[in-house]
Design a protein around this ligand. Structure first.
Ligand code: P1T
Length: 379
């Protein structure tokens, strides 16, 4: 099955009860048993729920994995991955990443005795310098949030395999429409399904997909034992979102390109971060591992002026100033004070998250309206 068919049919069966084409929302916490253990495969909805299972099968299908797991948020999904580790273990992570992931790693798991190395991975071979006997996990975001760095998944996977380290890829920005990390050798793919997967800014959810059964069993155990699952209503919404992922992503990519090119030619803009530019440092890797370049674009104005950046995001009318990304509507964010405020200023500025940085999640509205909005806001 090809990707556009998978988003609609992958892992899905018509409901056995009445043949409903969409899976029903099984809004139940528990299931009747005729005798203890005498049930139809479902005992309790933290462990299994038919609507969530339909979604988990869809996740597995679109990421070319064998096992999917759905969580109550992207961070809950990341949390489950870190729970594979023990005190004393070490993690190598991209130095540019979602601020909430950084906060989970440094403010929660460092206290549990796990050590994190945040490094630039644009040259993937550098990762090897940080691997030692305690290294158990490599955590990669690509494209990174918000600097749009591109990490070579295949090379990183080769290193991880050779050194027997798990490689997890946060595929939130790219989505499986653009890149499929498991096919490139990653062990775990993770999503904030809140974003492009859901696609309509109406739910908060996380996902993991793996190929390996042992790894899946360990993660299912954590999912059930820790209990950070999503509910059936949200599972239904995410399933509905997945069915249009490919058409939405196509338009996100077209509009993303138009916005990136407009900004790059604007006299008041200093720099635009978007992997589709030939002068992006890892453009060739982006081209080889992604189908297109996505709808996320970051930029800084000339003079690196905080007040000017704030004025621009306040002036926007079609782009809404808001946290999050990946919905059909265009959003603008100010990472330094919003999504990445939990990263100390000195640390975030090292990776380029300066006070004048603006991040755009380019939606699927008419391109001309988006450009006109940027024009009036930037001046
Ligand atoms: O918000 P949540 O569903 O828990 O997902 C966390 C998360 C994980 N990984 C990436 C790459 C993310 O971008 C996010 C969430 N990001 C935002 C809310 C944001 O505006 O960047």
């Amino acid at each position: 099955m090809k990707f556009n068919t998978k988003t609609i049919h992958g892992g899905q069966e018509h409901d056995p009860a009445y043949g409903s084409v969409m899976p029903p929302i099984y809004q139940t916490s528990t299931y009747a048993q005729s005798t203890p253990g005498g049930h139809k495969g479902y005992e309790y909805s933290r462990t299994h729920n038919p609507t969530r299972n339909a979604l988990e099968n869809a996740f597995a299908s679109i990421e070319n994995g064998n096992y999917g797991l759905a969580f109550g948020s992207g961070l809950a999904a990341i949390d489950a991955v870190i729970k594979l580790l023990q005190p004393g273990d070490e993690v190598i992570s991209t130095n540019d990443l979602y601020g909430g992931s950084y906060r989970l790693f440094t403010k929660i798991y460092e206290d549990f005795g796990i050590k994190f190395h945040f490094i630039g991975m644009e040259n993937a071979s550098k990762i090897e310098d940080y691997i030692n006997d305690n290294t158990k996990l490599i955590w990669v975001e690509t494209p990174t949030n918000p600097m749009m760095n591109i990490i070579d998944i295949k090379t990183t996977a080769e290193i991880a395999k050779r050194r027997q380290v798990i490689l997890a890829v946060d595929n939130t920005f790219a989505t499986p429409y653009l890149q499929q990390p498991l096919d490139l050798g990653a062990d775990i793919v993770m999503h904030s399904a809140t974003k492009y997967i859901g696609g309509h800014s109406d739910l908060v959810m996380g996902a993991l997909v793996v190929k390996d059964k042992d790894l899946a069993d360990r993660l299912y155990f954590i999912q059930n034992a820790s209990g950070a699952v999503c509910g059936p209503q949200d599972s239904f919404l995410a399933l509905r979102g997945i069915k249009t992922l490919h058409v939405r992503m196509q338009r996100h990519c077209e509009n993303g390109r138009a916005v990136a090119e407009y900004l790059a030619n604007h006299p008041k803009i200093e720099k635009v971060y978007w992997p589709g530019f030939e002068n992006h440092p890892n453009h060739d890797i982006a081209k080889s591992q992604m189908r297109d370049f996505g709808g996320m674009v970051s930029f800084v104005t000339k003079g690196n002026n905080y007040d000017e950046a704030i004025k621009i995001v306040e002036n926007l009318k079609i782009f809404t100033l808001a946290e999050s990304l990946g919905g059909v509507e265009s959003l603008a964010g100010h990472p330094a004070s919003m999504t990445h405020a939990s990263i100390p200023k000195v640390e975030r500025e090292k990776t380029g998250v300066v006070d004048s940085l603006i991040r755009l999640s380019v939606g699927i509205e008419d391109e001309a309206d988006l450009i006109a909005d940027l024009k009036q806001a930037i001046g």
